[in-house]
Design a protein around this ligand. Structure first.
Ligand SMILES: Nc1ncnc2c1ncn2[C@@H]1O[C@H](COP(=O)(O)OP(=O)(O)OP(=O)(O)O)[C@@H](O)[C@H]1O
Length: 212
């Protein structure tokens, strides 16, 4: 078990008068097989929690760990995979090559998972197209497929339905629920009530604190 553990995290940005304290004493756990939604008003700190959970940043105080190991030391996408708000796709690559990138880097054959995820997320028709020739919603689904291609131990997704219409929201939610069923710990920062409805738990942040 174990999975993701954030323990008594405090985090902020800047120095001196420009210092902003963003998170205060945030503790949160996502077990393998669990889909947890992180809700809260704009500016409450959801993206900051995602960055720390995914190991993109190291917390000022407290710990962010996966199975007991700090996520900031985990560069392996089969362990921690992330969908940032800006998607982070490689512009020079096709849709398929972006999705398969974590597999290619680790020597895993992506063929079966690529077909499955492209179909589940309605990406099959333009797999060979450059990502620069796709819509923002399509790019977001490419980033989600890329995050899930190695069945990661932990997937962290920041507003993964933000650019989707209703049908594609259902597909994204289905893919995240499938990932959790397959054993991933899934943390989703989202304003989208449709994600809250399928999540095992909804954790609410306000002013950088977890509401009881
Ligand atoms: N690099 C940074 N430097 C300074 N302040 C920052 C930085 N990143 C975030 N902040 C501030 O931290 C607070 C929390 O931001 P964060 O992006 O985590 O919120 P959020 O809940 O994800 O918001 P949204 O729902 O609008 O995406 C905000 O007040 C934001 O202005």
């Amino acid at each position: 078990m174990i999975g993701l553990e954030l323990v008594e995290i405090a985090h902020g940005y800047g120095v001196g008068e420009r210092r902003v304290e963003v998170l205060h004493d945030v503790s949160l756990r996502v077990e393998p097989g669990e889909l947890v939604a992180l809700a809260g008003p704009s500016g409450s700190g959801k993206s900051t929690v995602c960055h720390l959970a995914a190991g993109i940043e190291r917390p000022d105080c407290g710990t962010a760990s996966l199975d007991g190991r700090p996520t900031v030391e985990t560069a392996d996408w089969s362990l921690v995979a992330v969908v940032p708000q800006q998607h982070g796709l490689l512009a020079g690559l096709t849709v398929e090559d972006n999705i398969a990138l974590p597999a290619h880097r680790t020597g895993v054959d992506p063929a079966e998972a690529l077909v499955r995820l492209a179909s589940a997320l309605d990406l099959t028709a333009f797999g060979r197209r450059s990502v620069t020739e796709t819509s923002l919603g399509e790019q977001q689904r490419v980033a989600i497929a890329r995050a899930l291609i190695l069945d990661p131990r932990l997937a962290v997704l920041d507003e993964p339905t933000g650019h989707q219409d209703d049908d594609h929201v259902s597909q994204v939610i289905g893919a995240l629920a499938d990932a959790a069923r397959a054993g991933s710990a899934v943390l989703v920062a989202t304003h989208d009530q449709r994600v809250w409805e399928v999540a095992h738990r909804v954790v609410r942040l306000e002013d950088g604190r977890v509401l009881a």
